[in-house]
Design a binder for this molecule. Structure first.
Ligand code: ROI
Length: 161
């Protein structure tokens, strides 16, 4: 069993509904237990001209291998109507493996820890609701250190629905 953190994001077709439905799909994954879900956070897109995003993080315990989990996540994205029209385009659902135990994964389809998570408030703050502050990334930095370097700016935590 490994503890896995999944970053979730949506900026189309009622994002909060998309995230709740993704959580239900994660809870149904084989050989996997849904351990927790953070609150939902809204923020502007990092790319101009897109609708605002809603983001959250889910914690899983799973026996799936990383690429098996990636396939399952992509099936959930596609099942919720994700269309891959442009690389950084708006999306109904984005599911990213942020951390997979303490593994470093560098494969063409999958890089873990997720690139850029260190500087993205919409990943770090929801992650901090679920993970211990002394959680250490492969580069030796703790979650607490990353949070200290990443101000809570432009994030809005939504009231629980
Ligand atoms: N911006 C926010 N706020 N949240 C995201 O999940 C997100 N994802 C992306 C880009 C377009 C980079 N911007 C984002 O892929």
């Amino acid at each position: 069993m490994e503890r896995i953190y999944i970053g979730m994001g949506s900026n189309l077709a009622d994002p909060a509904v998309q995230l709740r439905s993704a959580v239900e799909a994660l809870a149904r994954l084989p050989q996997t237990e849904l351990v927790g879900v953070s609150g939902f956070y809204q923020s502007d897109s990092l790319l101009p001209g897109q609708p605002r995003y809603t983001n959250a993080v889910a914690a899983l315990d799973s026996r799936l291998a990383p690429l098996e989990l990636l396939d399952a996540l992509q099936a959930i994205e596609n099942g919720q109507g994700r269309q891959r029209l442009e690389r950084w385009g708006p999306r109904t659902l984005d599911l990213d493996i942020v951390l997979f135990g303490d593994r470093l994964i560098d494969e063409p389809r999958l890089k873990v820890p997720h690139y850029h998570m260190q500087e993205r408030a919409f990943v770090l703050y929801p992650l901090a609701e679920l993970a211990p502050a002394d959680l250490r990334l492969a580069d030796g930095r703790t979650l607490a250190e990353l949070l200290a370097a990443c101000p809570f700016v432009g994030l809005e935590r939504l009231p629980a629905a």
